[in-house]
Design a protein around this ligand. Structure first.
Ligand SMILES: [Zn+2]
Length: 266
């Protein structure tokens, strides 16, 4: 894992060997924008790390890095609420696939209406769910006058209600289901095994961003439908200077620091 800057590229050039074209990146390598420009100006392409299974096993074992997925505000609807908002027989129309298998953003949107304001054009994610759930950030909550509880997706008992309005003016009011999503990591069973993580484990994840911080209590969720991804909301992403596609490092599980970082931190 290397931090590649314009300076380090110039140093490589200075050693007289020139730069490889294309320039190979390893898993976890970070390229500064100036370094990327430097290569681009010289028409040097980049080779991203291969992700075939063998590489992946080795990479994850050596570098326990988890890709970040930032979730914007969104709505999951029950079949009953799809009908109430969009009419009988309406089927959600997929817009694009999401990183988790079977999940997709839809063409449909709703307006979220709170006591002090509303947020239009909030994306609905498919497929339909057993229960309607609305996930917003705390910042969104200030905008519309609500202060939702932080909950894991699906755990909505006793949470706030909210009003949703479709583009045709159909209105539904849910009694509960408005949450700020609690951060979590999706693991396939294979990746969980490689990283020695079990269902429900509490993880410590360290960012590798310009504003380094540790997410101290992140829940592990494992399913064969999942692929490795750390899900945070936009407030968390902004606070930590993280974007989708960045990586965080797994440094602890259930209060125990991983061996590789124990020395570094003490
Ligand atoms: Zn998720």
């Amino acid at each position: 894992m290397a931090h590649i800057t314009e300076l380090s590229l110039r140093a490589m050039l200075g050693r007289g060997k020139g730069l490889p074209n294309p320039f190979p990146l390893s898993v976890g390598d970070k390229l500064t924008p100036a370094a990327a420009d430097f290569l681009k100006q010289r028409n040097i392409g980049l080779v991203r790390p291969r992700q075939d299974d063998r590489d992946r096993v080795r990479d994850l074992t050596i570098h326990p890095l988890i890709p970040v997925g930032v979730s914007g505000r969104h709505v999951h609807l029950s079949a009953e609420h799809i009908t109430a908002l969009f009419g009988a027989g309406h089927k959600l129309r997929p817009l694009r696939e999401l990183s988790q298998k079977g999940q997709y953003a839809t063409q449909e949107t709703v307006t979220i209406v709170g006591p002090k304001g509303k947020i239009p054009d909030v994306r609905i994610l498919g497929p339909s769910r057993g229960t309607t759930q609305v996930e917003i950030s705390r910042t969104d909550g200030y905008r519309i006058g609500v202060n939702p509880l932080v909950r894991l997706s699906g755990d909505i008992q006793g949470t706030h209600g909210i009003t949703l309005v479709s583009h045709t003016g159909s209105i539904i009011e849910i009694k509960e289901g408005l949450i700020v999503a609690r951060n979590h990591v999706h693991f396939s069973p294979e990746d969980a095994k490689l990283l020695h993580v079990a269902q429900g484990d509490r993880l410590k994840l360290q960012t590798q961003s310009e504003r380094p911080l540790i997410f101290a209590d992140v829940i592990a969720r494992i399913s064969s439908h999942y692929s490795l991804e750390f899900h945070i909301d936009t407030d968390e992403a902004n606070a930590a200077h993280l974007d989708t596609g960045h990586t965080v490092r797994l440094i602890g599980i259930n209060g125990k620091m991983k061996d590789s970082v124990e020395g570094e931190l003490s």
